[in-house]
Design a binder for this molecule. Structure first.
Ligand code: 5GP
Ligand code: MG
Length: 186
């Protein structure tokens, strides 16, 4: 298990092992549980990438809490932002609720920058972001996550729910692209 992984002919090398990931996710869960005790927060996991992080995090948040999942559809809009993101599958009312978005990774921040206004339309009592990873040097929008697993350099990663062209989500460890080419496919 310990060693490099080949995915679609690209070579990836371990960045964080599962034991380290588990430790960090447990810490985040404890912080969230303390902050949200008595507030009955609703977590919103962004599919597909966040499903493993969301599951590991949520089962350790030992307070009264809900979770739901949505898919984001991203397309080129005609608006000046040029990028529109709408959600699919959100059935719960978020009005006056304490909402925590769960993301796999914030890269440029484009996705959340486009999507957070839609959440705000529901008038939640509060809105915070928990992300497994951030790439601070790639960030293009003023998006700040409140709970961050790890900050990483601007290179492509797979594993722990994150894929490279469909594969690699089931790797327990997190792997980073070995070559110097960035490997960005999305
Ligand atoms: P952003 O909109 O912040 O630029 O990108 C967010 C989305 O891009 C993530 O939810 C994820 O789907 C994808 N993404 C960005 N960087 C990576 C990466 O290094 N690996 C993988 N697998 N996906 C990434
Ligand atoms: Mg994603």
């Amino acid at each position: 298990m310990i060693g490099d992984q080949i995915v679609h002919n690209k070579e990836f090398t371990p960045l964080f092992f599962k034991t380290e990931i588990d430790k960090r996710v447990s810490q985040l869960a404890r912080e969230i549980a303390v902050e949200y005790d008595g507030k009955k927060p609703i977590f919103i996991g962004i599919l597909n990438g966040s499903f493993i992080f969301a599951s590991d995090l949520f089962k350790q948040v030992n307070i009264e809490a809900e979770i739901t999942f949505i898919k984001l559809l991203s397309y080129k809009g005609t608006s000046s932002s040029g990028h529109v993101v709408r959600s699919l599958g959100l059935e719960e009312s978020l009005f006056n609720r304490h909402v925590i978005i769960i993301e796999d990774i914030i890269d440029t921040g484009t996705t959340l920058h486009s999507f957070l206004p839609e959440i705000m339309e529901h008038q939640p009592a509060s809105l915070k972001i928990a992300t497994f990873l951030t790439k601070p040097s790639a960030l293009k929008y003023d998006i700040k996550a409140d709970y961050v697993g790890f900050e990483i350099e601007d290179k492509f990663v797979v594993g722990y729910g994150l894929d490279y062209d469909g594969l690699g989500r089931n790797f327990n460890n997190l792997y980073i692209l070995k070559d110097d080419d960035s490997g960005q496919t999305e």
